[in-house]
Design a protein. Structure first.
Length: 165
């Protein structure tokens, strides 16, 4: 038999009311993405609010990692790079588990890939490949259904830097 204190119920209600849409385990104002170096040569750190103030792209697609069709939304990788003053060359993206990929900036478009911060309209956490996932509209073109694109579809994205390539 569970015994729940009144204060535990109030704290739960407060968190549900005050922090709607926050991914589980996420601290308000917590930096989700670090870009090195930024325009000034210093790192740029973006929290959820900063990421979600950038122009948002959304699309529905299936993935090889999920079941069914989902709506992914977030800023394009290209728009995030522009914020940091990165407009050419190669960028390296790193995941929380240190998996990394390099992508030539010239291969990016205004609409793909995106740094998804929401799936089906909701933030998602580390257990769900979040809180940031580099996603392509895989169903929109055979060009997005290649080993190269799948290998670049990095989840748990935490950092972007200039690549060596």
């Amino acid at each position: 038999m569970w015994v729940v204190s009144r204060s535990a119920v109030l704290v739960s209600f407060f968190l549900a009311a005050v922090l709607p849409g926050m991914a589980m385990g996420e601290v308000p104002g917590e930096n989700l993405l670090e870009i090195q170096p930024g325009k000034t040569g210093t790192d740029i750190r973006l929290d959820r609010a900063a990421i979600e103030t950038l122009p948002q792209i959304d699309f529905q697609t299936t993935t090889i990692w999920t079941i069914g069709t989902h709506r992914f939304s977030g800023p394009s990788l290209l728009s995030v790079l522009r914020v940091a003053g990165i407009v050419d060359g190669v960028v390296s993206l790193r995941a929380a588990n240190d998996y990394s990929v390099e992508i030539p900036v010239a291969e990016l478009t205004e609409n793909a890939p995106i740094i998804a911060s929401r799936i089906d309209g909701k933030p998602f956490d580390l257990r769900e490949k979040g809180p940031l996932w580099l996603v392509y509209p895989y169903d929109s073109s055979p060009d997005y259904q290649s080993e190269t694109v799948y290998s670049r579809s990095l989840w748990q994205l935490v950092a972007i830097s200039r690549g060596k390539g």
